[in-house]
Design a protein around this ligand. Structure first.
Ligand SMILES: Cc1cc2nc3c(=O)[nH]c(=O)nc-3n(C[C@H](O)[C@H](O)[C@H](O)COP(=O)(O)OP(=O)(O)OC[C@H]3O[C@@H](n4cnc5c(N)ncnc54)[C@H](O)[C@@H]3O)c2cc1C
Length: 598
């Protein structure tokens, strides 16, 4: 095998797969190194893709030429638009997936991709010269020379699995952790690492469930695919949807958990690092909301060819026997037999205040980080960052400007702006409430917002783009009631006349509000785009407090817009910086004109 690549991706989880595919498809010779090729794009937690705000991100990745949406369409076993009783702005697609099939299909995509090699090994250290990455060392001692590295190590860096009082090393259950790379990230790349934790639920055998005591949850009658490029009609014909089920915890469940909080690995003192507030363990829910006597448990199939069923809502770090008791206290699960127990995992992450919006580290050139290593949680958050890091590593090597997505054009832009500007003290996940422009960044119009970008970076083919332009013109005709131009047999596939009509309907519904929003965006655009030089010296501005200077120096905002969102920054701080930038600009212009006149 050749030992020289333009881009090395460490890890083939959800971030690593998107990163590797984007880089290779942009023509860069890429290798993805991963601990276990049998676990590529594995879903260690919920067997589902999408959901509130996450579904929007999958559609955005897809519109720019990423993979997650397409794979989900072909591995999904139930499709649903969440929030469908509310306005289209918050409609969020979600799919239960056959998790084995998802992993197999993503592996195939990587294997079939030209310019891309896959290597099963452990990356043990980075080779850095003059604060620039130039290689990666692997466990067997070989060195891979490279121009850029994307680290996507998920929950594996110094991963520790906790199960009740028991704990042991592991990146996920039955998978070893990566024990060497943390040291190199700190010592060679200059990154500070910290610890987060997360939990997962037990899996049980479907044959041991009494579904008559539960409420059936069906998929949508007319399911919609995630990918803009999936041919809807033939896809619907081939799709065989499975049901999910709903049951509830009860006072007996709560007593079992409440009486044994001290035995859980979630208990304070055992796992000290913070877990995601929005996916709390059952122990945390019972401690936080003592007044509640029941919580939802969604019972979800994990695949077409397995009896394993996922208990969504029952994340836990309790010991084995208590997990079994807790499960058997729930209606329909009285005789449930556990196949895999739930557990908690603790791992190293790197504060994203140490990366720029292109996801490149501030301390080491051409080193990019994406996914769970940046403190986020979730497959979609990871895949979004992986895609952006893959594109930006490629653009950097090609000598082009980075792809920086804006808050008003995508959820992915919001995610990256949030984490690189504000950092976090608990794992970050996306919500629609984080999006100030959510009326215009909907799941239905991800193509209209982002396909031009995908085409310009070479990830959307000319053929697909031509079809899209035809669709975009059709939208204009429908909007103007000028439908005589549209031939009855016009082939818009994979888009369709049905989709075009729905799109115009949604746009017209929000048109007035969107106009007001656009005015606001234009007003803010001036600040949003006003650049702050990377070497701007905050220490020389006496009127900024010491604390403000420190915050700005830590984040190093790239624009005035970003500076205004740094934690605890006041409008007066922004005014001061703006005045200084203007002053600097005037002085620079004066010098140029003096030089010119002399
Ligand atoms: C127990 C558990 C519970 C979870 N609970 C939730 C939850 O409640 N909600 C939620 O949204 N998400 C949850 N997740 C997180 C979800 O799995 C991740 O957010 C997502 O998978 C992150 O994707 P990633 O690509 O960053 O990393 P991962 O999917 O973890 O992939 C990392 C990849 O890197 C490889 N790797 C690591 N180190 C090295 C190395 N040194 N050399 C070579 N290869 C390496 C691994 O083999 C793996 O392929 C949970 C995960 C686990 C394990």
């Amino acid at each position: 095998m050749e030992r020289k690549y333009q881009v090395v991706v460490i890890g083939a989880g959800h971030a690593g797969c998107e990163a590797a595919l984007a880089s290779a498809r942009m023509g860069l010779k890429t290798i993805v190194i991963t601990l276990n090729v049998d676990s590529i794009a594995r879903m260690p937690c919920n067997p589902a893709i999408g959901g509130i705000a996450k579904g929007q991100m999958v559609r955005e990745i897809d519109a720019m030429g990423g993979e997650m949406g397409w794979i989900t369409d072909h591995a999904g076993l139930q499709f649903k638009i969440l929030n469908s009783s509310r306005g289209p702005a918050v409609w969020s697609p979600r799919a239960q997936c056959d998790k084995e099939l998802y992993s197999v299909l993503m592996s195939k995509s990587l294997q079939n991709q030209s310019n891309l090699d896959i290597l099963q090994s452990e990356a043990t250290s980075l080779i850095v010269k003059n604060r620039k990455i130039c290689g990666v060392k692997i466990l067997t001692g070989q060195t891979i020379e490279t121009e850029a590295v994307i680290v996507t190590t998920g929950t594996f860096l110094k991963g520790t699995i906790h199960l009740g009082k028991m704990y042991f090393e592991g990146g996920r259950f039955n998978e070893r952790s990566a024990s060497y790379l943390s040291k190199s990230l700190a010592e060679d790349a200059g990154l500070k690492l910290a610890r987060f934790k997360t939990t997962t639920t037990p899996r049980i055998n479907t044959l041991s469930i009494d579904y008559s005591k539960m409420t059936e949850q069906l998929g949508d009658e007319k399911p919609k695919p995630f990918s803009h490029f999936t041919e809807v009609e033939s896809w619907r014909k081939n799709l065989k949807q499975l049901s999910c089920w709903l049951t509830y915890t009860n006072p007996t469940t709560h007593k079992i958990v409440g009486d044994n909080l001290g035995l859980s690995s979630i208990d304070i003192g055992k796992v000290n690092s913070k877990s995601p507030r929005y996916c709390p363990a059952i122990e945390e829910k019972i401690e936080r909301y003592p007044e509640k006597t029941s919580h939802h448990i969604f019972v979800e199939p994990e695949g077409y060819n397995t009896n394993e069923v996922y208990l969504n809502g029952l994340y836990t770090g309790l010991p084995f026997d208590l997990q079994q008791q807790m499960i058997n206290s729930i209606a329909g699960l009285e005789n449930a037999r556990v196949i895999r127990y739930g557990y908690a995992i603790e791992y190293d992450y790197s504060s994203p205040l140490q990366i720029t919006k292109s996801l490149e580290t501030k301390t080491c050139q051409n080193l990019f980080l994406s996914g769970q290593i940046n403190g986020t949680t979730g497959y979609e958050e990871a895949a979004s960052q992986g895609f952006v890091a893959g594109v930006n590593a490629a653009l950097k090597i090609l000598g082009k400007d980075p792809l920086i997505l804006k808050r008003n054009e995508s959820y992915i832009g919001i995610l990256i702006d949030d984490i690189t500007t504000r950092g976090m003290d608990e794992p970050y996940r996306m919500f629609t409430s984080r999006a100030e422009y959510r009326l215009s960044i909907r799941n239905d119009n991800a193509d209209l917002r982002l396909i031009d970008i995908g085409h310009s970076i070479g990830l959307i083919s000319d053929k697909a783009y031509k079809k899209f332009e035809l669709y975009r013109n059709t939208l204009k005709d429908i909007y103007n009631n000028d439908t005589n131009n549209i031939p009855a047999d016009q082939d818009l596939s994979p888009w369709s006349l049905e989709k075009a009509k729905e799109e115009v309907y949604i746009y017209k519904k929000y048109e007035g509000y969107i106009e007001i929003q656009d005015k606001m965006v234009n007003k803010m655009k001036k600040n949003e785009d006003k650049k702050i030089p990377a070497d701007f010296d905050y220490t020389k501005i006496d009127s900024l407090s010491a604390e403000t200077k420190q915050r700005f120096m830590q984040v190093r905002p790239q624009t005035i817009g970003q500076a205004s969102r740094v934690h605890a920054i006041k409008p007066s701080d922004i005014a001061i910086i703006t005045i200084h930038l203007e002053k600097q600009k005037k002085e620079r212009n004066q010098k140029i004109s003096e030089k010119h006149n002399s």
